[in-house]
Design a binder for this molecule. Structure first.
Ligand SMILES: Cc1ncc(COP(=O)(O)O)c(C=O)c1O
Length: 394
């Protein structure tokens, strides 16, 4: 990616200023994004980008959705925050909407603020409910950066320099039927991403999901779905759990849950809820009025604008477009959580697209480019992508 000329651009001035005071832990794009509308964002120098990265898989309704802005400002003018020590009507409303869409007997929700926290809650609840310690996750998985969620993360790249990890974690090969024999009577929780996005949009077979459910049932282990990326309609159904056919006992959500307002949720089935007591979990900011209003607004907008169906339609359009390029071997994933498996280096393609004013993501698989655009993506945006791909030599 071409870096901006540090002497002339506002982007560069902002980047330099940030680097002086903010801890640098990200490999950053050389731009400062200051505005957004729908699937497009604008940098500090006025350059517009098509956002196929979706603000990090977050902006499910797109940027600056009028309904989202209205809900945020109206609620902020009433009461922006009080912790869950007091009731607020938006909390039950948001929870009901999330539960209405849930495929199984999910009966309660714990609200928090980030994907890692939602997974921490899942880990704690599962250990308490089963009285067991062992947590099974999968090679290549990502569950967050807190020490507990990191210990559940099967991509060992993230384990460097932070050991010792929380004990009790076992990582099995993903989408591997024989390996499920290692789920046993000591297993509290099997936590799985329905699609391993960061690993390169790896999507297991439906047969494997069923075997996973069966292995958990046979051993009294809980099955948890980390739907931090796959949830909120992104994969063409509200929860990915629906198309996997394997009803989980718990689901974690964040990223798109409030389309950019920080929030997260852990959905728990009735059997887990029965073992929870006052004081078992807490979060100062989790489930605040503003967060809950934004969750509810996101769900209502997804429904009223038919955006989940739109994700399914757009998946087909992406596939049709990809078929026109001999060097794109496969479109992985579902809905608008897609990976293009290409000839050659996907990072080169990410850089090429950036030069063409399109934001996309790389993955841990060097041949897979990740696309996770807002669900309000327009047909002409696909044409913009296709034009840029036409100019690429793999
Ligand atoms: C599948 C999955 N789980 C959990 C997380 C952690 O979410 P957060 O960064 O909000 O803590 C991520 C973040 O990328 C994720 O992709």
């Amino acid at each position: 990616m071409t870096s901006p000329d540090p002497t002339t651009t506002r982007n560069a001035t902002i980047a330099t200023s940030e680097a002086q005071v903010v801890l640098e832990t990200y490999k950053k794009w050389p731009i400062s994004l200051v505005e957004g509308k729908g699937s497009w964002v604008t940098d500090a120098d006025g350059r517009r980008f098509l956002d196929l990265y979706g603000g990090h898989c977050v902006s499910i309704l797109g940027h600056a959705h009028p309904r989202w802005i209205r809900a945020l400002s109206e609620q902020a003018g009433k009461i922006s925050f009080y912790s869950a020590v007091a009731h607020h009507p938006a909390r039950a409303h948001a929870a009901r909407l999330l539960l209405e869409e849930a495929p199984t007997d999910m009966s309660r929700i714990f609200f928090s603020n980030s994907g890692a926290e939602a997974n921490e809650c899942a880990l704690k609840m599962a250990r308490k409910h089963t009285g067991r310690e062992k947590v099974v996750t999968f090679e290549g998985s990502f569950h967050g950066r807190t020490l507990g969620a990191l210990s559940a993360t099967g991509n060992t790249r993230y384990h460097k320099n932070v050991r010792p990890l929380v004990p009790g974690h076992t990582y099995l090969p993903f989408d591997d039927l024989p390996a499920l024999d290692r789920i046993d009577k000591n297993t509290a929780l099997v936590l799985v991403e329905p699609i391993q996005s960061m690993a390169g949009m790896r999507t297991p077979s439906l047969e494997w999901f069923q075997a996973l459910r069966d292995a958990c049932d046979a051993n009294g282990a809980l099955l948890g779905f980390d739907e931090v990326q796959t949830g909120m309609g992104r994969t063409g159904t509200f929860y990915a759990s629906t198309w996997t056919g394997a009803s989980p006992d718990l689901i974690t959500l964040s990223k798109g849950i409030a389309s950019g307002y920080p929030a997260a949720a852990t959905l728990l089935s009735e059997k887990i809820v029965s073992s929870v007591e006052i004081g078992d979990q807490g979060s100062t900011f989790g489930g605040g009025p503003l967060a809950c209003v934004m969750i509810a607004t996101t769900i209502e907008t997804l429904r009223e604008e038919g955006l989940i169906e739109r994700a399914r339609i757009l998946q087909k359009k992406f596939q049709t477009m990809a078929d026109r390029f001999s060097w794109i071997h496969e479109v992985r994933g579902r809905g608008l959580l897609l990976g293009l498996k290409i000839d050659g280096d996907a990072r080169r393609l990410v850089s090429h697209l950036f030069e063409k004013n399109i934001l996309a993501g790389a993955s841990d698989d060097p041949s897979v480019l990740r696309l996770m655009p807002p669900l309000v993506l327009q047909d002409q945006d696909l044409q913009t992508l296709e034009n840029a791909l036409n100019d690429f030599t793999p």
